[in-house]
Ligand binder design. Structure first.
Ligand SMILES: *Cc1c(COP(=O)(O)O)cnc(C)c1O
Length: 423
C-alpha cells in the first residue's frame, strides 16, 4: 500500500471534508520550493506549506543546526530552568522587532501565541485593578482555531458550530482614509474605558481572504486606540519575517504595539513554535509579591530547544541581505504578472503586498470560502503539480522566498491558463 492509502485508514486531516476530499498526496521529500511525492512527482509549493516556509524545504543550514542541537539538548522544563537556545533567540529577536518589545513568552504555535496575548492583555488590567474586559477586532479577522483565538476571529463557517460558546468580541471594519470617523465613533460608542485590547493582523488579513488594507489608515486608528489606553496586539503570525516586504508589517506604521504574536515563518517553517512578546509596561504589571498576579500559562513544550534552535538558524538566514533581495525580486515579478492579469476579464480585485499576490475569480457564486470554484481550482493546480490552495474563489500566491523566477513563471502561466478557460 502507498502512504496515501495507509493514511486513509487512520488519519483525520485538518480543514478537510474527509468524505469528499481527494486522496492526500504522500510527500516524502522536500528541496527548495519543491516537494516530491512517493511516485516521484515534484510539486511546486506556491503557498509555502500553509504560509510557514520562507527559506525552502529541508534547508541544509537549518537541518545541520537541528541535528547538532538534537545531540546536545532536545527539551527540558521551562519553569525554573532555562537553556541557551531560548535565551539567545529572545536576545536576538527582541531588537529586530518593531516598537520596544522587551520580553518573550514562548508557546507552541500561532493559536497559542494568541491565547497568551489575550491573557496577558486581560490580566494586565486585572492586575492593575482596572476593570476593562472588552476586546476589539476586525471583521474578516482570523487569529487561530483554539477557543480564545476563535473568539477574536470573525464569525464565519470556521466558527459556526461554536458561535454560541465564543466570548463576545466587538468587530469593526478595517480602516480606509474615508471610514476613520465611523470607526472612532464605533469605539466611542463601546466606551473606550471598557476596552482592554485591540487585536489585529497588520496590513494583510490572511485566512479572511488575503485582504489588504493601508498602513496610513491603520496607523491613525492605532494612534487613536493608544490615546484611549487600549492595548494593541499585533498578530504578525502571517505577516512577520518578511512576508509583506519589510521584516515586520508593523514597520509600516509609527505606532508601536504593546504585544506581538509570531509563529509560522519564525522557524522558517520547519518546526512548530509560537512567540508572544510584550513591552516592559505589560511585563511589569505581573511583578508582585503576590502569586495571584502571575501569568498562569504554560505548555509542556514551552521553549522547546529544538524549535528555538531552528528559529535561530532561520533568523540567521532571514537577516542576510540576500533574503530581502529575494523578497524584492518576487515582488517585482508579481508586479509584472499583475499587469498581465489586469487584461483578463475573469479576474477582479487584483492586489499585491510584498511577496503576496491575490485576486478573486469572477464566478456566479458569492465571494466566499464556500464558493464551489475552490474544488475545481484545487483539482486544476494539483494536476499541474502546483500547490495552490484557494480560499473559495480567492486565489493567491505566497511562495517561499527561495522560489526562482522560472518557478514563478510556471505558477503565473498555469493561473493564466485557468482564468483563460473561464467565462
Ligand atoms: C495561521 C494564523 C494563526 C494561527 O496559527 P496556527 O499556528 O495555525 O495556530 C493566527 N493568526 C494568523 C494571522 C494566522 O495567519
Amino acid at each position: 500500500m502507498t502512504w496515501s492509502e495507509r493514511d486513509q485508514q487512520v488519519i483525520w486531516h485538518p480543514y478537510t471534508q474527509m468524505q469528499t476530499a481527494p486522496a492526500p498526496i504522500g510527500i516524502i521529500r522536500g528541496e527548495g520550493a519543491s516537494l516530491f511525492d512517493e511516485a516521484g512527482n515534484s510539486y511546486l509549493d506556491a503557498t509555502s506549506s500553509w504560509w510557514v516556509n520562507i527559506h525552502g524545504h529541508a534547508h541544509p543550514y537549518i537541518a545541520q543546526k537541528l541535528a547538532t542541537q538534537a545531540m546536545q539538548l532536545q527539551h527540558c522544563i521551562f519553569a525554573g530552568y532555562t537553556h541557551p537556545a531560548a535565551v539567545e533567540l529572545a536576545e536576538r529577536l527582541l531588537p529586530v522587532l518593531p516598537g520596544r518589545q522587551s520580553r518573550v513568552f514562548y508557546s507552541d504555535n500561532g493559536s497559542t501565541a494568541i491565547e497568551v496575548a489575550l491573557k496577558m492583555a486581560l490580566q494586565y488590567w486585572e492586575n492593575k485593578g482596572i476593570r476593562k474586559q472588552k476586546i476589539l477586532a476586525f471583521h474578516h479577522a482570523y487569529h487561530g482555531d483554539t477557543f480564545g483565538a476563535m473568539s477574536v476571529s470573525s464569525r464565519s463557517v470556521f466558527t459556526a458550530p461554536f458561535d454560541d460558546l465564543l466570548f463576545e468580541v466587538h468587530f469593526i471594519d478595517t480602516p480606509t482614509p474615508d471610514n476613520l470617523p465611523q470607526l472612532k465613533a464605533a469605539i466611542e460608542n463601546l466606551g473606550p474605558d471598557s476596552i482592554a485590547a485591540f487585536i489585529f493582523e497588520p496590513l494583510l488579513q490572511g485566512a479572511g481572504g488575503m485582504l489588504m488594507y493601508e498602513a496610513d489608515a491603520l496607523d491613525q486608528l492605532l494612534q487613536y486606540c493608544k490615546q484611549q489606553q487600549i492595548l494593541l496586539i499585533a498578530d504578525e503570525i502571517l505577516t512577520g519575517f518578511g512576508r509583506t516586504g519589510k521584516n515586520f508589517a508593523m514597520e509600516n506604521v509609527a505606532t508601536a504595539p504593546d504585544i506581538m504574536c509570531l509563529s509560522k515563518g519564525l522557524t522558517g517553517g520547519a518546526l512548530a513554535l509560537g512567540v508572544t512578546t510584550c513591552t516592559a509596561a505589560i511585563y511589569d504589571a505581573f511583578l508582585s509579591e503576590s502569586k495571584l498576579k502571575t501569568l498562569f500559562h504554560g505548555h509542556s513544550f514551552t521553549a522547546n530547544a529544538l524549535a528555538c534552535t531552528v528559529a535561530l538558524a532561520s533568523l540567521d538566514l532571514f537577516l542576510q541581505p540576500e533574503c530581502a533581495q529575494q523578497r524584492d525580486r518576487i515582488h517585482a515579478q508579481h508586479q509584472q504578472f499583475l499587469q498581465r492579469l489586469a487584461a483578463v476579464g475573469t479576474v477582479k480585485h487584483t492586489r499585491l503586498l510584498g511577496t503576496v499576490l491575490a485576486f478573486e475569480i469572477v464566478t456566479p457564486g458569492q465571494d466566499a470560502y464556500t464558493n464551489q470554484l475552490a474544488d475545481e481550482l484545487h483539482r486544476f493546480f494539483r494536476a499541474k503539480r502546483i500547490m495552490l490552495r484557494p480560499l473559495g474563489n480567492t486565489l493567491y500566491i505566497l511562495p517561499p522566498y527561495c522560489i526562482t523566477n522560472e518557478e514563478l513563471e510556471r505558477v503565473y502561466e498555469s493561473i493564466l491558463e485557468f482564468v483563460g478557460t473561464m467565462g
